[in-house]
Design a protein. Structure first.
Length: 65
């Protein structure tokens, strides 16, 4: 059963990494740099848009760089 779950979730690892690690990291960088947010977004909202987008791009290309 666990093997089946890992088979299903495994290919989506880069997207999950985008949600779990990149999104908060991007939000912290934006806060630290004191960047003005467009459209009334919070830094975390922008991180939650950018992080998974980068993860999805990595998943589709098959690599991060």
């Amino acid at each position: 059963m666990i093997g089946k779950i890992l088979e299903t979730v495994g290919p989506w690892g880069p997207v999950l990494f985008g949600f779990g690690f990149l999104a908060p990291l991007i939000a912290q960088i934006i806060e630290r740099a004191d960047v003005a947010m467009p459209f009334g977004l919070t830094p975390l909202m922008l991180g939650l848009i950018m992080g998974p987008a980068l993860g999805l791009a990595a998943k589709l290309r098959g690599r991060w760089i």
